[in-house]
Design a protein around this ligand. Structure first.
Ligand code: SF4
Length: 446
């Protein structure tokens, strides 16, 4: 016991490996679990003690070793407090340790360097965006992918926070909705990417695993995307998410794309779009050309989650105010009798942390106090999930991030919380909504 306590994490990893007769595949899993222990600051000795108390260590053979490994994974998936409450471990020795490392809430500096593709340097949209950015630091490049290829090293991440690329989007412009995204009951569900990457810096953002670097790339040929949307509309009504790979509202001063999408949607009656955002601006509401088919979907998280995992994004109260002001503007501009307003509240992704029940409950109370919930169009509820390839990239690029190193379950190629945790979190949120707003349309990711 004393020996285990004084061992370094690395030594303990080796000891554990030997004790469970680990194969090469098991070694990989052990490495992943110990990385998670390392970044969360948990005390691995506590977990070894549990395994010993349960008679799972040491192991007679590889089969027993696999059971011990599965059990360690299960224990690490739960917050130590929840293990105590649910008695998941039977006779659990007291767990100690500092569970989560806080993020620093570091803000971005917006002194920008602009990269422009040579082929579009005379494009009017490029000129207008460059003018708004008021920077003398302009570099002309051959292709935006050359800049994106710089990667996610610490230096490149700093540079990415001060850079924007203007480029022409070629090839495919519209994509069918991914299985991890909610379709809200729409049959022809698509998304498009008129901007890649985001000014915000959420730790869990799949963009960090999807693209080779975090530099925002604004595609200046929005008209081509409009044309491709029209082609789809010739065949069927389309539900289109236009702000998945970025936060378009946060970029509105630079691009004006929110207004352009609103105008375009208004003039195409079979089109419904969703603009997903965490942005708290209210200035856009003043002269908004409202359309019921332009849905403003706000991602809301408890303030503690925002501080810890959603760097650079507005506080919960600011987001709530933006929704409340927007709904007020909508109701004064439009005949709203008997109608819901085009506002969606998204509790997605819900993040599993210690005291999550209390945090999400407090968040809901703040929302209830300030937003006219009877007029909210619908709600989205989902716990964090991500495709395996993106998470694998993120684990290499952001090895120090607890949320990324968490031992998720893999189901059909997607990493997600264990079913018990996901179900508990999502049904808790759904219940909070349904109890306050009977008949509310709540969509849960299945
Ligand atoms: S706001 Fe959305 S797109 Fe932007 S970093 Fe956060 S999760 Fe990613």
């Amino acid at each position: 016991m004393f020996y285990l306590e004084v061992c370094s994490l690395y030594n303990m990893q080796e000891v554990f490996s030997k004790e469970i007769h680990a194969s090469v595949a098991m070694e990989n899993r052990i490495r992943q679990l110990f990385s998670y222990v390392d970044v969360t600051g948990r005390n691995i000795s506590d977990y070894m003690e549990i395994l010993r108390a349960e008679g799972k260590l040491p192991c007679e053979d590889k089969r027993a070793g696999k059971e011990a490994l599965d059990r360690l994974c299960e224990l690490l998936q739960y917050d130590p407090e929840d293990i105590r409450k649910d008695n998941l471990s039977g006779s659990v020795p007291a767990l100690s340790g500092n569970v989560y490392k806080e993020n620093t809430g570091e803000k971005k500096d917006h002194g920008l360097h602009l990269y422009i593709e040579e082929a579009v340097r005379d494009n009017e949209n490029v000129k207008s965006i460059a003018e708004k950015l008021k920077t003398n630091e302009i570099t002309y490049i051959k292709h935006y992918k050359d800049i994106l290829a710089k990667g996610f090293s610490a230096d490149n991440r700093k540079a990415a926070a001060k850079s924007i690329v203007l480029a022409d989007k070629t090839g495919r412009l519209m994509y069918e909705g991914a299985p991890v995204c909610q379709d809200f009951g729409n049959r022809h569900f698509y998304y498009t990417s008129c901007v890649m990457n985001c000014l915000y810096d959420c730790e869990y953002c799949y963009l960090k695993g999807m693209y080779p670097s975090g530099i925002p790339v604004i595609f200046i040929n929005l008209d081509d995307i409009f044309r491709e949307t029209e082609t789809l509309l010739e065949n069927f009504p389309v539900y289109l998410c236009v702000s998945y790979d970025t936060d378009l509202m946060a970029l509105e001063d630079i691009t004006g794309y929110v207004r352009r999408w609103c105008e375009f949607t208004k003039s195409h009656r079979n089109l419904t779009i969703e603009i997903r955002t965490k942005c708290a601006r209210t200035d856009l509401w003043k002269d908004m050309d409202w359309c019921d088919r332009v849905i403003f979907a706000y991602t809301l998280s408890p303030e503690e989650i925002i501080n810890r995992y959603e760097k650079g994004t507005p506080h919960l109260e600011q987001r709530i105010r933006a929704i409340a002001v927007g709904m007020e503007s909508y109701s004064s501009a439009v005949n709203t009798e008997g109608k819901t307003y085009p506002f969606r509240l998204c509790f997605d992704p819900m993040i599993y942390v210690k005291d999550w029940q209390e945090m999400y409950h407090n968040m809901w109370e703040s929302i209830r106090r300030s937003i006219d919930l009877d007029h909210i169009r619908d709600y989205s509820v989902g716990s964090f999930r991500i495709s395996d390839s993106y998470l694998k990239n993120m684990r290499v690029r952001f090895s120090e991030t607890a949320l990324v190193q968490y031992p998720y379950d893999v189901v059909n190629g997607y990493y997600q919380y264990p079913e018990k945790i996901a179900e508990e979190m999502e049904s808790c949120m759904e219940r909070l909504v349904s109890e306050s707003v009977p008949g509310a349309k709540v969509f849960r990711w299945k």
